[in-house]
Design a protein around this ligand. Sequence first.
Ligand code: SAH
Length: 398
Amino acid sequence: MKAIILKRLRERSLLRRHPWIFSGAIASVEGKPKMGETVDIITAEGAVLARGAFSPESQITVRVWTFDPGEEISPEFFHGRLERAIESRRALMSGEGPCGVRLVNAESDGLPGLVVDRYGDYLVVQFLSAGADHWKGSIAEALSRLVPALGVYERSDADVREKEGLPKIAGVLAGNEPGDLVEIQEGRCRFLVDIKRGHKTGFYLDQRENRGMIAEFAREKQVLNCFSYTGGFGVAALQAGAARVTNVDSSANALELARLNAEVNRIDAARMENVEGDAFSLLRRWRDEGRTFDTIVLDPPKFAESQSQLLRASRGYKDVNLLAFKLLKPGGTLFTFSCSGLMTGELFQKIVADAALDAGREAQIIRRLTQASDHPTLLSFPEGTYLKGFICRTAANR
Ligand code: SAH
């Protein structure tokens, strides 16, 4: 029998169905399990509580597959879990045109370390934990049976793989290799997705609903889309009648794709300006030049990877939000986000409040935003919520 025995009283989080066991909670490992293999999870008193995947190199040494100690972890188990996750996204897949949908959101879909995104006829998969990686073959096979796709592409090249002792890899898992760009439809917008080289699995699907919300603040407006990636919020604003959008990103490739995204949506190129560079210095320069916008989107990358980086990250969020408030016209609207899981909503609100104060602007939160519904959070796994955002309206006079 392969098992881990918990230290005394360390089963409390498991009884609340939290799926992670940290190395510090483990008294002993029995039966020499190999990386990714299934182990029984046993209390100091000898009660079998759950079964999970063993990951000796990670701080998170076990991730729970099931809280039913009698359930076998087999190809059928993965077929069942995948089917349930995919079924819950049916409505998102029944729209017009090729969809962009997250089919499996890891822990929150009962499949720790596994991410599956669908872009039209292609599936993109990330195996981010030793356990998910161990079952790669069964998962790929079940996916091929459950979703008709031309191909399944693996993007297991995220940094978190290193914490699990897994190499970064990417490539075709099944079927055809996707072309350089795959098109999806999101509301009134079409987007080209670079599955093979883009960020994450190619696109920020988590912002789908929030991109949809910019329409209300776009008509005839001058919009600044900062940290634009491939122009998502910008294209959505232009489709809703924005006068002009300025995309800012440090990646030339992302901006080239923003230009192509305007093209596939038949948007006049003159309505989209793409500026490559560091957002902090560009915004500072525009502030000094007295440039202003009606609507600003700030969607920076994850500034805090660990608790020790949180203070520095907070300064980054504060600076960029302060600059945005300075660039906003009176009565303007700010969409501001943080995708750092370690940043709480409460702290983020304080930071944005400080930024407004220092900019000498009065503002209200008119909406609180989070990740789209295909990126759910299991109630017993609050870590699943990482994206926080506010729509802020600034006062009409300073
Ligand atoms: N809002 C986008 C996703 C933004 S992801 C969407 O809806 O698709 C964050 C982006 O910030 C990435 O494209 C990254 O290239 C860019 N970025 C990171 N650091 C930056 C910096 N200092 N200045 C400008 N852009 C930066």
